[in-house]
Design a protein around this ligand. Structure first.
Ligand code: IVH
Length: 785
């Protein structure tokens, strides 16, 4: 056996294996680009040695065998494949073959003298499907399979929402087989993967796999739940001809209700095809779905018939492919970057490779969970994907190419920048009165501002436009300030003098003065900006605003216990714990103190927000303690009976039984018998009071609220919110919510089924709101319903 022959055998075996993974398992092992390369290599070798071509060579067939779980469908007209052009020269070559094949007089070398009319369509990256309509009714759906036999996926195609089950209009041939692509939009794919991730299901490497995996489901309910779409690009068997041109056929299909591409165009001559290719290429990232090229087809059906087929490809059509978005390369190393909040992130260092025209040498790996999910080892061959403007991603490891000396990826024990300890973050969850701590995906350098990497990022964030807005201090200058030891915390910015700045690279006299002025001008930030500028992990602009607006003062924010912070809108225990830990940190406290000493004056500091002040009650607080089986109602009963937290903590089983069930009473006893629980509850209560929260009879702060002094009654059933929620909302506006209607009632909210209370309200001539009016009223008060 000579070398070519051996190579041919090896290529066939490899391609067969890749084919199986791609078509049968919907889980490709290598990117298309790699497959195409190997395929071309095999075809070229077979062209050199025609005597070695065998009928089972991958070059002699399309697609792959049908999955056995579906019943099989024989295609009346085979479902063929398309020839590919990667280079312009191949496209001109195709055009020349068309002209020659039609026996038209050749023009110049490229057939430029003749203008063939072509249709131009995007080449959708999905799954080829055949739909059979009999007398206008969808009777069968099939995959391509090996081109001759596919799988019967009739039930599944019926779940694809833009596939008509019955055609519009009339005049369709009695037998009409349409062919097209089932695909998933980029957005649908992202959504699907996010949900799969949440429920621990299988995620997909790209929209095409997601489409294929979704359509070829034995359980069609799963298919129905997936965001699949169909686009029609041609015909199979038909009992009567429709039009004389390809575009005429497609337009008629469209009139019958079948979706065709919005990008379908006619081109006069191959040059216009090229223009189309370039135009779509520019817009490729903005399209809602992925395409891997465009398809040009001779528009005249008479010409198509004349040209016929070569092996398994039409001579009248070609796919002009775009540069692949996925490529293979080698993972040379994994390095770790330290971000602003100290998160230590693995970054892949790759053997540089061109992906869709851009050289990629690095890719983020997100976190160590992702490294584990990929099963990544240094030395591995990996699939890199660069979709649009998105940062390159490592999609998959090609396991069979793992070298013997591959090394596992370990998170460093010490920060690569400052040498501090690297710790795994913890996730705090509270449920049933217990705090459970689990391991997070993120590792952090504990060095905080002592770590140069974190310090630089912290300062870059601190001076950024939406934070302290210090103009004129770019990343490079920040790096210099830190590297030269001039700044070791954000507070040091306020000690910088002219001499120090003017010595920095890129600074002159005027720019130094301007920067000093900008630093001076930044000294009066709003509280919200200042909180945001501190760069507390997980605290973005919105959370910073919530903290500032609700608590109204830096001191309160700094002192707030995590449980108290969870009273604020959209702050959960995890973020609350981050905030609390940030302000507990000695170093952070020192920096804040220095900032204030160096002249920072926070604006907009004020009172506790009245809505927040009114947002809690002792019962509410007890309900939040997560005592097993004690919810809001149990907590209400407890408070109604025992009145204060101290009494509740001290109560014995008999006292508790007067308000609660045995089960609840036991749970409360058990909960407070743990000293830590009792202490925490007391601390939270004390802080809520200190912050000016009020409950029970203390109504001081209610004054000034829009409904202060008013009594409202809720009756009937509310459909858009529970009565409890409605009550909370009214109370947050200062109203008292009563159980019965009297002349003193200000307003009655009446839902469907309201009875005697509504009658009485009408008799008394009171104001009555239905649910819609009530919600409109709440909205007007700035309360979201
Ligand atoms: S025409 C005989 N048009 O590409 C010609 N195919 O490699 C049959 N595809 O199996 C195909 N968009 O799954 C055609 N506008 C388009 C297409 C398209 C995507 C897929 C199709 C086909 C494969 C051919």
């Amino acid at each position: 056996m000579n070398a070519d022959e051996a190579r041919i055998l090896k290529l066939r075996a490899e391609l067969r294996d890749y084919n199986h993974y791609y078509h049968v398992l919907d889980a490709p092992k290598v990117p298309d680009a790699e497959y195409d390369r190997l395929f071309r290599e095999l075809r070229n070798l077979e062209e050199l040695h025609p005597e070695l071509v065998t009928s089972d060579s991958p070059t002699q067939r399309v697609g792959s065998a049908a999955l056995f779980a579906f019943s099989q469908v024989r295609h009346a007209v085979p479902m063929l494949s398309l020839g590919n052009a990667f280079e312009e020269s191949e496209l001109f070559e195709f055009n020349r073959r068309v002209i020659e094949g039609l026996d038209l007089p050749a023009g110049d070398l490229f057939g430029g003298g003749q203008s063939i009319e072509y249709t131009c369509e995007p080449k959708l990256d999905g799954l080829a499907v055949s739909l059979l309509y009999r007398d206008g009714l969808l009777v069968q759906g099939a995959t391509r399979g090996d081109g001759t036999t596919g799988e019967d996926i009739s039930v599944n195609v019926r779940t694809v929402r833009n596939i008509p089950l019955k055609l519009n209009g009339s005049g369709w041939p009695a037998v009409l087989e349409v062919r097209g692509e089932v695909f998933m939009s980029k957005a649908g794919f992202e959504r699907l993967n996010a949900t799969q991730m949440e429920v621990g299901g299988k995620t997909f490497a790209n929209p095409r796999n997601a489409a294929a995996g979704s359509l070829r489901q034995l359980d069609s309910k799963i298919t129905a739940s997936r965001p699949l779409e169909f686009c029609c690009y041609g015909l199979g068997q038909v009992s009567a001809n429709i039009a004389d041109t390809h575009i005429g056929n497609l337009e008629q299909l469209k009139a019958w209700g079948l979706p065709i591409s919005r990008e379908l165009k006619l081109a006069n001559g191959i040059d216009q095809c090229l223009e189309y290719y370039r135009d779509i290429g520019v817009r490729r990232n903005d399209l809602a779905y992925e395409i891997d090229g465009v398809v040009f087809k001779v528009n005249s059906l008479a010409y198509q018939r004349e040209l016929g087929f070569r092996a398994r490809e039409p001579r009248w059509a070609i796919a002009h492919k775009f540069p692949a978005m996925e490529e293979l390369t080698e993972l040379l190393d994994v390095e770790f970057q330290v971000g602003r909040t100290g998160a230590v992130t693995p970054v892949a260092r790759l053997k540089p490779v061109k992906v869709a025209g851009v050289t990629v040498a690095n890719a983020t790996l997100h976190n160590m969970d992702e490294v584990a999910r990929l099963g990544l080892m240094i030395g591995d061959t990996v699939i890199i994907r660069r979709a649009g403007d998105v940062i390159p991603q490592v999609m998959q490891v090609v396991l069979e190419r793992r070298p013997d000396n591959a090394r596992p990826v370990h998170i460093p024990e010490q920060c690569p920048v400052c040498g501090s300890q690297v710790e795994r973050t913890q996730l705090v969850k509270r449920s049933k009165g217990k705090e459970t701590v689990s391991e997070g995906a993120v590792y952090r350098c504990v060095g905080r501002l002592a770590c140069a990497a974190q310090l630089k990022q912290a300062i870059i964030h601190f001076v950024s436009r939406r934070a302290m807005d210090i103009e004129g201090l770019g990343e490079k200058s920040v790096e210099q300030l830190v590297d030269e030891g001039l700044v070791s915390s954000p507070a040091d910015l306020y000690t910088l003098g002219f001499e120090q700045i003017v010595d920095l690279e890129g600074f002159a006299e005027l720019s130094s003065k301007n920067l000093l002025e900008a630093i001076e001008d930044s000294k009066r930030p709003t509280l919200a900006r200042f909180i945001y500028a501190l760069g507390i992990p997980d605290v973005g602009e919105e959370t910073a605003k919530v903290l500032a607006r609700s608590l109204g003062g830096l001191e309160r924010i700094m002192a707030a216990l995590p449980q108290v912070l969870t009273y604020l809108p959209d702050i959960g225990l995890e973020v609350a714990s981050e905030i609390h830990a940030f302000f507990e940190d000695e170093h952070n406290r020192t920096v804040i103190a220095q900032l204030l000493e160096r002249g920072l004056q926070l604006q907009d500091q004020g009172e506790l927000h009245p809505e927040f002040a009114a947002s809690t009650s002792l019962a509410g607080m007890i309900a939040k303690l997560d005592i097993p089986s004690v919810g809001p109602t149990g907590a209400e009963k407890l408070v109604a009976r025992l009145e204060t937290l101290d009494k509740i903590i001290a109560a014995d089983g008999i006292d508790l039984r007067q308000a609660l069930t045995i089960k609840q009473a036991t749970a409360v006893r058990e909960f407070f018998s743990v000293a830590e629980n009792a202490e925490r509850a007391r601390a939270v209560e004390a802080q809520l009071r200190e912050f000016g929260m009020h409950w029970g009879s203390e109504k001081k702060l209610v004054e000034g609220l829009p409904l202060a002094g008013q009594t409202w009654v809720l009756t009937g059933s509310l459909e858009r919110m529970s009565r409890d929620v409605a009550k909370d909302k009214l109370e947050s506006l200062g109203a008292k919510v009563a159980g019965s209607v009297s002349a003193k009632t200000h307003c009655v909210v009446a839902g469907p089924g309201a009875g005697s209370k509504l009658t009485k309200a009408n008799e008394l001539g009171l104001e009555v709101l239905d649910e819609d009016a009530f919600i409109a009223f709440l909205n007007k008060q700035g309360i979201e319903a």
